[in-house]
Ligand binder design. Structure first.
Ligand SMILES: C[S@@+](CC[C@H](N)C(=O)[O-])C[C@H]1O[C@@H](n2cnc3c(N)ncnc32)[C@H](O)[C@@H]1O
Length: 212
């Protein structure tokens, strides 16, 4: 039986909460510009990584744990961007390589303490981490948490939970905002991302940035 990401890789679609509007907000918070080297963790089908390059002119490296996802991203043949197979929990880069690390709807699927300390390690001093991750607005019954985890493999955190992981990893100057997504708005933003996926560029939580 196919898992959640295998199905997504087969059809070539990945998404995050808030769509590309959320991505742009994160890039602003992280002050990304054309001089920056940016790591996109869990780059999925490559759409957001390519858009991050197009929005800012920065150099982008995308990594994803799924070989099929990386294949999907490479199919888009954007020579400016390197897509590599890699694990957020064990990044194959030297210390202090990147000006910014961006993760959208990825870190919630990982061992957060390990992956967030890896993000810290590969960031240059003064670099920014931008996270856009699913966040509990209230403390749900454990059955709801378990169902979420069993069905999608994701373990959301409360705002305080995310901030605690960031602080423990050593991040300073942390800002965060939690925003509610209406199902309709999310659907429209997903459609926007899908349109980009399908047209191969002839064309979404918590938004949070933290400074190393
Ligand atoms: C919900 S998708 C989001 C993809 C992309 N960020 C986007 O916004 O379209 C989550 C992605 O994270 C990847 N992923 C999950 N665990 C990972 C890990 N430990 N390291 C790297 N990528 C991972 C999955 O393969 C999938 O492509």
């Amino acid at each position: 039986m196919y898992g959640y990401f295998e199905i997504q890789a087969k059809i070539g679609i990945t998404k995050h909460m808030g769509g590309l509007e959320a991505t742009k907000k994160l890039l602003d918070l992280c002050k990304v510009d054309e001089s920056d080297q940016v790591l996109v963790v869990g780059s999925g089908n490559g759409v957001s990584a390519i858009k991050i390059h197009q929005f800012t002119g920065c150099k982008v490296t995308g990594i994803d744990i799924s070989e099929d996802m990386v294949k999907r991203a490479r199919e888009k043949q954007n020579p400016e961007i390197e897509f590599l197979v890699g694990n957020a929990e064990n990044l194959n880069f030297p210390n202090e390589t990147f000006d910014a690390v961006i993760s959208e709807s990825v870190t919630g699927f990982t061992n957060k303490a390990i992956s967030i300390s890896e993000y810290y390690r590969v960031l240059k001093v003064g670099g920014y981490l931008g996270l856009n991750e699913v966040t509990w607005m209230f403390n749900p019954f454990s059955e709801i948490k378990n169902n979420y985890q069993n069905f999608m493999g994701i373990k959301p955190e409360s705002r305080e939970g995310w901030l605690s992981f960031l602080e423990k990893a050593g991040f300073k100057d942390i800002t965060s905002s939690v925003y509610a997504m209406s199902p309709w708005k999310q659907f429209m933003e997903d459609l926007e991302l899908k349109a980009w996926s399908f047209s191969e560029f002839g064309v979404d939580s918590l938004n949070c940035n933290s400074k190393k």
